[in-house]
Design a protein around this ligand. Structure first.
Ligand SMILES: *Cc1c(COP(=O)(O)O)cnc(C)c1O
Length: 426
């Protein structure tokens, strides 16, 4: 049995496979660079695990209050050391990325404080957290003022405008590394460092929070290495390595993380409570695997970019562009093409491969969202997935892949579906 036979059995035609192989032939150097970065990040994680003497007792389950939970506390030290931060809050009680961001913001902003976003409009779900779209319990309801500075050319910080916008009233500055559901560029850690320096030059005590979702382990350094007071993300994205079944993290200064812990549990309790519920083996092992899993996802993203660019679609980033997150946007131009792309990704899934994704309303999003995801962890987007709001420019956001070969099959089947429906020609 040949690879061609196996792919044919899965529905990939020889023509699509041959097209894919031609595209792959151009990507050797890109893949080598991805692997070199993964090696560096793997070493960072192992150094932190070794320094903190991770051992089998740290995997024990705790219940109830979770006082003296050494496994939980050590995992937080491992995160803090990997990110070169003073402290970390890493918990299953942070139920998703949006929750971690909401905790970080609400813990460090008081009534009449100003929140300034300097990478343009934040991720959709944060619009309700901030109150850009009115919502019960938003920061706006509690009297937090909000302003934003747009990116220049959708690709870089507007440093003069940022310097002008930071005033005495600016308490906290928000930066989003990844594009989210936009077709702007993702910001590099180096760019983020320059923006943080610009903010701190005007107001040294302004706090800077970086939404790091999808960015972890894509580059050798993280926003916490370039002055971010808080770096925040989701464990069902990169740092959970596909094994974490839930969770979020906040790494940063001791002062900021302490406030986050008081906000998450209760004033006076803070980081001392919070049972691990038996989830620590997955959180440790997932973090250990995360650099390799992120590399698999990056290979898939680069392959998708190269393939779809060759097919004539606008892709962000371009296949030869530097990557700062695992997301690949492909502007498909129509709802039909979005549906076909997602149908193909779903056909490659280990779970729910027999269903066809349909657009549907989603809490936190203002247009229907189509989502292909056949994941072991529900909603996990470090597992191979594709999604996007059904609105112009009909972009799908392709991300994840716990293994490179799965990501490859997903891209091949997406092209096959578009081809079968007459939406592309090879
Ligand atoms: C996914 C994401 C979030 C929200 O995370 P959830 O876990 O979906 O709540 C926030 N910001 C960005 C940039 C994201 O990609």
């Amino acid at each position: 049995m040949t690879t061609n036979d196996v792919y044919a059995a899965l529905g990939v035609s020889p023509a699509v496979l041959a097209f894919g192989e031609r595209v792959l032939g151009t990507l050797g150097e890109r893949f080598a660079a991805i692997d070199a970065n993964a090696e560096l990040c793997q070493a960072k994680v192992l150094a932190a695990m070794r320094k903190n003497h991770v051992n089998a007792t740290h995997f024990a389950a705790t219940t109830g209050y979770g006082y003296d939970d050494a496994g939980r506390d050590t995992l937080e030290r491992v995160y803090a050391d990997t990110f070169h931060a003073e402290a970390a809050l890493v918990r299953p009680q942070l139920v998703c990325g949006t929750h971690a961001l909401a905790v970080a913001l609400s813990a460090n902003l008081l009534p009449n404080d100003e929140l300034l976003a300097i990478s343009g409009k934040p991720y959709d779900t944060l619009e309700e957290v901030i109150g850009i779209r009115p919502s019960p319990c938003s920061l706006a309801e509690y009297g937090v003022h909000y302003r934003q500075v747009e990116l220049l050319d959708s690709s870089r910080f507007d440093l003069p405008a940022i310097r002008a916008a930071v005033t005495e009233k600016t308490k906290l500055v928000h930066i989003q590394r990844s594009k989210g559901y936009q077709t702007r560029a993702t910001l590099s850690v180096a760019q983020i460092g320059e923006a943080i320096a610009a903010v701190k030059a005007v107001k040294p005590d302004a706090l800077v929070l970086v939404d790091n979702c999808y960015g972890e382990f894509v580059e050798p350094i993280e926003p916490s290495d370039v002055g971010a007071d808080m770096t925040v993300g989701s464990l069902i994205k990169n740092p959970g390595g596909g094994l974490a079944p839930i969770g979020g993290y906040i790494v940063g200064t001791r002062a900021c993380v302490d406030r986050c812990a008081y906000r998450l549990s209760a004033p006076g309790l803070g980081q001392e409570v919070g049972a691990n519920l038996g989830l620590l083996p997955a959180l440790y092992q997932g973090f250990f695997l995360a650099p390799a899993v992120t590399a698999a996802a990056l290979r898939g993203a680069v392959f998708a970019a190269a393939a779809y660019e060759r097919l004539g679609f606008r892709v962000v980033p371009a296949p030869d562009e530097a990557r700062h997150d695992i997301i690949q946007a492909v502007e498909l131009g129509s709802e039909a093409a979005m549906r076909a792309f997602c149908k193909g990704i779903q056909l490659a899934a280990p779970v729910d491969s027999y269903v066809t994704p349909e657009p549907a309303p989603m809490p936190g999003y203002d247009s229907p969202v189509i989502m292909a995801a056949g994941a072991f962890v529900q909603g996990s987007s470090i597992e191979l997935s594709a999604d996007g709001p059904v609105r112009a420019p009909y972009a799908v956001y392709f991300q994840g892949g716990l293994t490179w070969h799965h990501a490859k099959l997903g891209v091949l089947l997406s092209m096959q579906t578009l081809l079968d429906e007459g939406l592309i020609a090879l």
